[in-house]
Design a protein around this ligand. Sequence first.
Ligand code: MCA
Ligand code: AMP
Length: 492
Amino acid sequence: MHLITEAALNQSDKIAIIASGKSFSYKTLLQASQQFATHLLDVNNDLAGARIAFMVDPGFDYVKVQWGIWQAGAVAVPLCISHPLPSLQYVLEDTGATILVISPQYHDLLATYALEHSIRLIVVDRVPEPAIALMPNIDPQRNAMILYTSGTTNKPKGVVTTHANIAAQIKSITSAWQYAPTDHTLCVLPLHHVHGIINVVSATLSMGGTVEFVDSFSVDDIFSRFMKGDINVFMAVPTIYFKLIAAFEMLDVADRQQLKNAMKKFRLMVCGSAALPVSVMQQWQEVSGHVLLERYGMTEIGMGISNPYEGLRKPGSIGMPLPGVSVRLVDEHMQPIINGEAGEIQIKGENVFKEYWNKPDATAKEFTPDGWFKTGDVAVVEEGYYRILGRSSVDIIKSGGYKLSALEIEEVLRTHAMVDDCAVVGIADDEWGELVVAAVVAKVGLDQHQLNQWMRTQMPTYKTPRKYLLVKELPRNAMGKVVKNEVKTMFQ
Ligand code: MCA
Ligand code: AMP
């Protein structure tokens, strides 16, 4: 990834990363990543698109491993550090990963699996520091990363981006939001999604800024770091701003004032990944003095549409197309909208992903014949600003900033011995955006607590239903299809 490593060469002694109480310069990061790439290369001179999965905590090692994978010519597959084994296995099998890099604490979870599947296991703190080998020359059109996204199919799909895609995604936001070497960004987001990987970490490092990591998500920790006065950029999902507002209100007057003073000095605060409620935007302005910059993105496209850095940031709106991104709205006949009506957002540009991994049919289905990517999000344009109205599928849920597939959750629920049938929906929730809930037709004697615990062994917690409703039967239409909107009303 030339864009990022070039910045590292130019910045040298500047601090790139702060994590777990330590600071690491660009020079240290680049050297460590090249040593790691050398270790990965072993006897090869180019890993030629091999998939390397890594389950590494956010921090110096994460970035070292990611850069090492890229420099060795392999494809980075970041795993979610809170996923249970079945979810990890799915990604490892789907990508055919041949190398797995882990933080030491994930050894017990994954070592046996790696051994049984002949996957080379590398524990990140037990890597030698070899003399740096010659790195392969990487064509920008080569695959760089695979991220998993839930959609209208029951299993998550691997979104493949090339080096050129990632570079375009980075260039677009760094110019629009004026990233600078003086940026000091706090990373509180998970690093298996675009928001954390591209917007927070990669874009900041590409411009020579500093990324500071937290050990785990904690509102108190975020506030105490804000109060130190170094951090000047923050990006998060609406749920996190909601949580910060609630915590701010619990502080005493002196702490509030100190925090306000620190936040006033920030250069930028961004919100995205899910609709930002106008009330949260307004409350955050009172708390921090900042008008949140709301933007719209997707795993498949990086960022597409954004409120302006300078100019009116319109509440309830996602703004205008970002530089280098073409955006259009189309009606149900795929005709571009010209009369101000609502339509599906479609996107074209170098930022758009290459394909779904090993899924040519799914890839073809999501593009128009003339190369526009169909987002499935419906919007209108009002005075030049796009406003999201909803999604074309009721089976996609956004909760805590995560995109979830109702079908995927239902599929897992149905494998429980006591569950005969079920319907999963998202219901509106102030804190989480949408809350995952499930109507369940069950055998007599189902223990809901046990079901909930069991689901958490099968899926990451953020995908599991928050409420279960036991029903005799699910509401169906004349065709026998479950009517999801009726299921939603059952929870009101
Ligand atoms: C967790 N909890 C929930 C949910 N998640 N309750 C309801 N709904 C949920 N979705 C509960 C847990 O069960 C637990 O309760 C308690 O909250 C704490 O759980 P934990 O997992 O520790 O949550 P957290 O650490 O407080 O995390 C909340 C969070 C996290 C920080 C908001 O969800 C998060 O990092 N979200 C961001 C995701 C993200 O980066 N999305 C970007 C993808 P109990 O103890 O009772 O079990 S979208 C993207 O990349 C595109 C390109 C874009 O546009 O950005
Ligand atoms: P993901 O695939 O996890 O990257 O999620 C992408 C989806 O998040 C988009 O298709 C939208 O539905 C949603 N999304 C992202 N940003 C926003 C936003 N600012 N407002 C509303 N929805 C958003």
